[in-house]
Design a protein around this ligand. Structure first.
Ligand SMILES: [Zn+2]
Ligand SMILES: [Zn+2]
Length: 240
């Protein structure tokens, strides 16, 4: 956190240096980013992402959409608009926050965005199957996504039973765990741990971690088997 003197923000451990939450999902032929955070540009540079086929949005909060402008670099190299998949609520905010990308006569060089509407129906992006999972962020419906045996859920504090069934059978689950204390719109560490265990996944990785959670190494040491804190740059190899 900017200007924070706490031991986590001052830590020299790389795993305590967290940018905002996002993932890259990659198959042999397709690459998708879930959410374009305010750190999107640096995240793409850091991971040396030289091609991107689509962006998926979970919800319209600023820490998940603010970096969208920087997809212009991918437009530049492909000469094509970027397919962006979002539900109607998120599309409204994207159009409001980036109005210059949606006017009839656009300044040259603005991001070129092709909006696609997400429902809760499964669909394909290239060869990657996508199953939207609707979760709750206090009162806001947020979309998580299942890709084969891997599921990504961020910014949730509650999941309906019917949606839990869409996650069950996943081998890997990424789930938000903000801190130890209870929070109004995010799972805390205990809630995320119980949910991962309830869903019976082989491995769970926690994301959207606040500096209030504590140092990576100390928190990780107390977690049960199969439960891990995610960290920037973590790669998970998933078959199927
Ligand atoms: Zn701090
Ligand atoms: Zn968030």
């Amino acid at each position: 956190m900017i200007a924070c003197p706490c031991p986590v923000c001052q830590s020299l451990d790389k795993k305590d240096k967290r940018l905002r939450s996002s993932i890259l999902v990659e198959s042999a032929s397709t690459r998708i980013v879930v959410d374009t955070t305010p750190d999107f540009r640096y995240q793409m540079l850091r991971a040396k992402v030289d091609r991107l086929d689509a962006v998926l949005f979970t919800h319209p909060h600023k820490d998940h959409i603010a970096g969208l402008d920087d997809i212009r670099a991918f437009n530049f190299f492909t000469g094509k608009p970027m397919p962006v998949f979002a539900n109607e609520m998120t599309q409204e905010v994207v159009i409001r926050e980036f109005p210059y990308a949606f006017t009839d006569f656009r300044y040259p060089g603005v991001p070129e965005i092709e909006l696609n509407t997400l429902s809760t129906d499964p669909f394909m992006i290239g060869d990657i199957p996508v199953v939207p999972v609707q979760v709750w962020h206090l009162k806001m419906p947020v979309l998580g996504f299942r890709f084969g045996s891997f599921t990504y859920i961020t910014d949730a504090n509650r999941i309906d039973e019917s949606e839990k069934n869409k996650i069950r059978g996943s081998r890997y689950l990424v789930l938000n765990a903000l801190r130890r204390e209870k929070h109004i719109s995010h799972f805390n560490l205990d809630e995320a741990t119980s949910l991962a265990q309830e869903l019976g996944v082989h491995s769970a990785f926690f994301t959207h971690i606040s500096h209030q959670l504590g140092k990576h190494a100390e928190v990780q040491a107390d977690l049960p088997a199969g439960i891990f804190l995610a960290y920037d740059g973590l790669e998970i190899l998933v078959d199927g």
